[in-house]
Design a protein around this ligand. Sequence first.
Ligand SMILES: [Zn+2]
Length: 272
Amino acid sequence: MTSGIFRPPPSADGSLLAETLRGSSPTVFRGLAAEWPAVERWTFPYIGSLAPDLPVRLVVGNRESDPTRFTRSTLGSYAELLAGDEPGQEPVYLKEFDLLKEFPQLRDDLRNGELFPRGSITSCTTWIGPARARTGLHCDLLDNLAVVIAGRKRFWLAGPEAVARAGKTSAKYDAWARLSSVGAEELAADHPDAGDFYVVDLEPGDVLYVPARWWHEVVNLTSSVLLSGFFGPKTRVLSQWLAVQGREGLHRTGLLGRGNCTCHPGRATANA
Ligand SMILES: [Zn+2]
């Protein structure tokens, strides 16, 4: 049983946002983005209608813990699938989708200027998926603000040292993240003293600050749309970017994480 190990993360009022983002504690801001036009406008039929024939690549299942698999669809048919929410099917997930690059007019529906620290570099992508779609336990190299635009999501969080203390660091390669070989609940059950463990359910308009290096596992409780914004001061983002490019170079030439990464199909399905 892990329910006693996971506590709610701290929560704060929007007036404390700037101060909170200078610290390194995960924090929930309930309803901070509730008035953003996107929360009202970005329904699945609307997103699908923007470019029904646009090809999209979907992640099948949990690529952080299982062999990486992809499938292809179009934005229109994927949006129909999400609006229908067929139970019993293996979730397919549109991850790290650059919605704002595809449809720059959608920026008008956001109020990013109210969220991110002045002068920081930001990178915002969207995660659009059905109920039960999941991202396995991982940590990112940059601070993140997760904004729920539609639907409900559950975040499990574990402290920066938790996975290493438990000896559960995964060898699987990911450009901008580090992965755990076990899920958050298993980690907490087997290593309750490895660090702080939090769990929180987010609703449309809720914002969660996930500081760099905090482990998190995320599952959709319903079909949902998440805007995920990485941010940081220019020098920090640039130095991380250079380090990532170095590892990416090794990965592309097969010297790092070959056949065991989140960006190429895994060995079991390489020819599928
Ligand atoms: Zn790869």
